[in-house]
Structure formats: structure tokens, C-alpha cells
Design a protein around this ligand. Structure first.
Ligand code: ADP
Ligand code: MG
Length: 543
């Protein structure tokens, strides 16, 4: 059996497994001479779809046949699809193509791949998680589990440097996203009586539109300006080819500046060769505000967990190779900063977790030797006896109901289950029909990022809550339409129950007078043709 961990990233993806000694190793992408695969897909023609660096090189010249940043769309409502050569692709299908490329890396080296753990950002809701899992299945994997990216990074850190009871701040700066997460490792007793380290997420923060690309953009503008000065022209005079030339060299130049104090870049400016030298100090100056922005997100995450409670700060994500990042974080947390293969540690942690799950399932360590020979890997430690990853609700969940206590009834979302609760989680509450002889009940289930008891969602012109409400991070998960028996009085108790587990949200309503049960498994919005009207709601209190 061959078990792998996959970091399906917004800009770069990575696949890892445990070697025959039980140490995590990344499968090299020899074609691109890299440890990662660019999460970019180029639909060259009907018969040829390219994933990776070669696809990325077409962003400038053939942008309309290239798909990137697809992770931002996966599992999102009203998500866009892509059309090439008469075929339509969903974000799940595009993601499956990226996963397929990772699968090829393994197969090219003579390995086989079946079971995988795929990582997701800690802030992903249930639909994004379900869609990621679906992409894995579409790529032909058995998806053992998903794991939060910061939890995977913490796992790979702890496997290398085991210490009990640590609170770890994970600073993950990737290509297009910045995530701050505080995870806690705490000693606990498992069901079988064994002591294990439980990993739980305490706080999350960040910005899903902030990442290495912002540094690329600054460098691009700087080089463009320098080219103009050198050639005595204005930016309007610069030809499209020149812009493309600069664009294609920016990322490489940025990477050079992580290693060296200065970098040279040669650009063909409207046909004349121009050499620009950029000093690291210049680069740091022109991007210092973005570094500060990331530190502000760290500060606001620390409002939930005090800074002195942090034992270790882990730098994760390719952009933390930049010395300016290491320095800024070191300044804030002197002596606490750790960085180990930041572009690989998430995949490595996922590989460790995958192997833990298989060990639990089969009672033995996995055999990942490429030849499949019977030499069982001798692991330094049995990881399963040491760690357990607690499944926590990634969002808060609850129904939308009418609050009739005030002068004017208002639609509120009651958070039954709060973000960070242990899964599976269950909560019930009794509500009442809004009116006597009410025929229907429209019970809507929401998820949101709030820890408040109630949230007042934005409503559309009909007074119905909007399917997505960015201001409150509220998202409609689905709805259950309940038909009440005739002559149901307005004080008939209807007990509503929410259950959340890794597979999704289950909602049921029981008419406690007739004991009739209505239940549904909510994952995607049910398109039920019911006239939109507040009349169908339940209310919080009886008369
Ligand atoms: P993802 O965002 O998909 O999780 P990564 O964590 O691999 O991806 O981060 C990718 C980002 O890291 C890109 O913007 C890339 O340019 C940047 N990066 C990778 N290596 C370096 C380096 N040596 N110096 C500076 N930036 C780097
Ligand atoms: Mg990442």
C-alpha cells in the first residue's frame, strides 16, 4: 500500500511520503527541477493539457487558456467554470488535474499511489472541504482524510523536534494567501488509555489575497520604471513583449534576492537589451509595507491568544524564504522562530498523518518502498502512539429563525455549534411556527465565522438572508422545507437538531406534537421551489 500526503496549494502543490526509515520525503518534480509543482493548468489544445511550470510560462502569452489560483474557487457558491475546446471544467476538475500531475511524479519514479491525505486551509468551510475531497477522488485516490495546513506543518515540526505541550504560531505566507494560525499540542488520554499529544487549532487569521504575488508585483513595477529610466522612455512607450519579458523574470529575480544581496536582470526593452541591478535592500524597502501588513494580522490573531503563550513560531510557505520575513518575525518573537523546508513542511506533515491513519487502520506501518519489497520500514517511533489530531468544526453552524421579542420581528442566525468545537458536535433547540395553521416551514442552515450566540445576516429586497454574506462570513448551506399537518397551532414545539461531522451538516426537525421527523443531509443548496416569504419561518419563543 502506498500512502502520500498532498499539499494542494493556491500557487504551488507538493507531494510527500515517508521513506523506508519513516522520515518524510518530498517526491521531486524533475521536469521543473523543483520540490513543488506550480498549480497552473494550460489547455494547449484538445489533446494536450499541461500542469506545472510549463503551464505557468504561458500565463503571459496565452492567458485565456491558462487556469491558476483555482483553490480560491473550489467549493464556493456560484463558482465559475472554465471552457476549453468545447469542454466545461469545474474548479474540482481543474484541481483533479493538478492532483493528477502529482500522481504522475510518483508513477514516473516507479511508485504507486492509493491512499492520500490532502491539506486544506484551517478556514475552509464544509463545502470547500467536500469539494477538495471530491477532487482527490476524481484523481483516483482514496482520500483517507483532510487535514488543516497549519496542523500538518505543526505535525512535521513535532515529528522532528518532539516536545510536550507547545503552543505554536504558524505564519504561512504562500504565493497568494497569508494564514496565521495558533495550534496547541496538549497531553491527553486516548480512548485506549494511551497518552497522546492532541493538536487543536486555537485561533486563525490572515488574508486570502496577500502573498508572494504582491512582492512580484512590486518588483515588476520597479523593473519597468528602471527600464524606462535607462532608455529615456515612459511606461506608455513600453511594448507588450517587454512587459511580458519583465513579468516572466520577476519571480526568479525575487528568489535570487532571497539568497544574494543583489540580482541582475536583463530585459529586452523595445528591442534594446537593458541590464538592471536590484539590491536586496531596495527590494526590502519597496515592500516593507506588505511585511508590516502581515505582522498586523499576527497582532490581531494574538488578540485571541496572548503573545507570551506562544512557545514556537513556525515559518511556512515559500515566501518565508525571504530574509525580510524571517527578520520581521524574529523581531517580534526573538529566539522562537523555526523554519524547516517551508515549501514542503505542509506536505510532509500530511504524509505523517496519512501514515498514522493507515497504521491505525491496519495496525502496522505502511510500506512505501518503491519496489514494494517486504522490508518493512523501521520507524524511529510509532507516531500514532504520540499524536492525535482533533477534528474541530471549521465554522459555526445554526438555523435562521425569527426573533419576535422586539417591536419588529427580525431574522437572526442562532449559532448552535461554535467554531472550534470538537467534532462530531450536536445541538438541539425548540422553536415554534410563526403563525397558526402555517403550512410550511422553511428551515435554513447557515455557517459563519462568528463565535457570537446570534448573527444578523444581510437580507435581500424580499427580506430573505443572502446566500453569501461576506460582512458576516455567513453562508447558506441548504434548507429543509417542512410541511406541517393541518391545524398546527403557533405554539406547537418543533425541535430542531444540528449535527456536524466530517462529512457535513445534518439537520432534523421534529414536530414534537405528532413526533413526525423531517431530516436532511445538508451539503449543497437544495433548489426547492417555495415562494420566498417570511411566513414560512420558525420563531424563537412561544406566546
Ligand atoms: P502556496 O501559496 O500554493 O501554498 P508556496 O507556499 O509554495 O505555495 O509559496 C509560493 C510562493 O513562494 C510564491 O510566491 C513563490 O514565488 C514564493 N517563493 C518560493 N521560493 C522562494 C524564495 N526562495 N524566495 C522568495 N520567494 C519564494
Ligand atoms: Mg500553502
Amino acid at each position: 500500500m502506498s500512502t502520500y500526503g498532498i499539499d494542494l496549494g493556491t500557487t504551488y502543490s507538493c507531494i510527500a511520503r515517508l521513506d523506508s526509515n519513516g522520515n518524510p520525503e518530498v517526491i521531486r518534480n524533475n521536469e521543473d527541477d523543483s520540490n513543488t509543482v506550480a498549480s497552473v493548468v494550460f489547455f494547449e489544445n484538445e489533446n494536450n493539457v499541461i500542469v506545472g511550470q510549463a503551464a505557468k510560462e504561458n500565463v503571459e502569452t496565452d492567458g485565456d487558456r491558462v487556469v491558476q489560483f483555482v483553490k480560491r474557487s473550489i467549493g464556493k457558491r456560484d463558482t465559475r467554470t472554465y471552457e476549453f475546446d468545447g469542454k466545461t471544467y469545474t474548479p474540482v476538475e481543474i484541481s483533479a488535474l493538478i492532483l493528477g500531475r502529482l500522481k504522475n511524479l510518483v508513477e514516473a519514479q516507479g511508485g504507486t499511489i492509493e491512499d492520500v491525505v490532502i491539506t486544506v486551509p484551517a478556514y475552509f468551510g464544509l463545502e470547500e472541504r467536500a469539494a477538495t475531497r471530491q477532487a482527490g477522488e476524481l484523481a483516483g485516490f482514496r482520500v483517507l482524510s483532510l487535514i488543516n495546513e497549519p496542523t500538518a506543518a505543526a505535525l512535521s515540526y513535532c515529528a522532528r523536534q518532539f516536545q510536550e505541550d507547545r503552543t505554536i504560531l504558524v505564519y504561512d505566507l504562500g504565493g497568494g494567501t497569508f494564514d496565521v494560525t495558533v495550534v496547541k499540542m496538549s497531553m491527553t488520554q486516548r480512548g485506549d488509555g494511551r497518552d497522546v499529544q492532541k493538536i487543536t487549532v486555537l485561533a486563525t487569521g490572515g488574508d486570502d489575497r496577500l502573498g508572494g504575488k504582491d512582492w512580484d508585483d512590486r518588483l515588476y513595477s520597479h523593473i519597468l520604471r528602471a527600464c524606462c529610466e535607462e532608455n529615456g522612455i515612459t511606461p506608455e512607450d513600453v511594448e507588450a513583449e517587454t512587459r511580458q519579458d519583465i513579468r516572466s523574470k520577476v519571480e526568479e529575480t525575487k528568489r535570487k534576492l532571497s539568497k544574494k544581496q543583489s540580482a541582475k536582470v536583463r530585459i529586452d526593452v523595445n528591442g534594446s537589451r537593458t541590464e538592471i541591478t536590484i539590491k536586496r535592500s531596495e527590494f526590502e524597502q519597496m515592500t516593507s509595507d506588505i511585511v508590516a501588513k502581515t505582522m498586523n494580522f499576527v497582532e490581531s490573531t494574538l488578540e485571541k491568544v496572548p503573545a507570551d503563550a506562544i512557545d514556537v513560531v513556525l515559518l511556512v510557505g515559500g515566501s518565508t524564504y525571504m530574509p525580510m520575513i524571517i527578520n520581521a518575525v524574529e523581531n517580534k518573537f526573538p529566539g522562537k522562530v523555526q523554519q524547516h523546508d517551508p515549501d514542503q513542511s505542509v506536505a510532509k506533515g500530511a504524509a505523517i498523518y496519512a501514515s498514522m491513519l493507515v497504521e491505525e487502520e491496519t495496525g502496522s506501518a505502511t510500506d512505501n518502498t518503491a519496489s514494494g519489497d517486504s522490508k518493512a520500514p523501521t520507524r524511529p517511533e510509532q507516531l500514532t502512539s504520540k499524536f492525535t489530531v482533533e477534528d474541530q468544526t471549521p465554522r459555526s453552524f445554526g438555523p435562521g429563525v425569527m426573533d419576535t421579542s422586539g417591536a419588529k420581528p427580525k431574522y437572526v442566525l442562532e449559532n448552535f455549534i461554535k467554531i472550534g468545537e470538537k467534532m462530531p458536535a450536536t445541538f438541539s433547540k425548540t422553536y415554534y411556527p410563526l403563525e397558526d395553521n402555517q403550512e410550511l416551514v422553511r428551515l435554513r442552515a447557515f455557517e459563519d465565522m462568528s463565535t457570537e450566540e446570534t448573527v444578523i445576516p444581510s437580507v435581500d429586497e424580499d427580506g430573505n438572508p443572502q446566500a453569501t454574506d461576506p460582512a458576516h462570513n455567513v453562508k447558506l448551506l441548504g434548507e429543509l422545507i417542512v410541511k406541517l399537518p393541518e391545524n398546527t397551532g403557533r405554539n406547537t414545539p418543533i425541535k430542531v437538531t444540528f449535527k456536524v461531522d466530517a462529512s457535513g451538516v445534518h439537520v432534523e426537525a421534529v414536530n414534537t406534537k405528532t413526533n413526525e421527523l423531517f431530516e436532511t443531509f445538508l451539503r449543497t443548496e437544495s433548489e426547492i421551489d417555495v415562494e420566498k416569504s417570511a411566513v414560512h419561518q420558525l420563531r424563537i419563543s412561544s406566546d
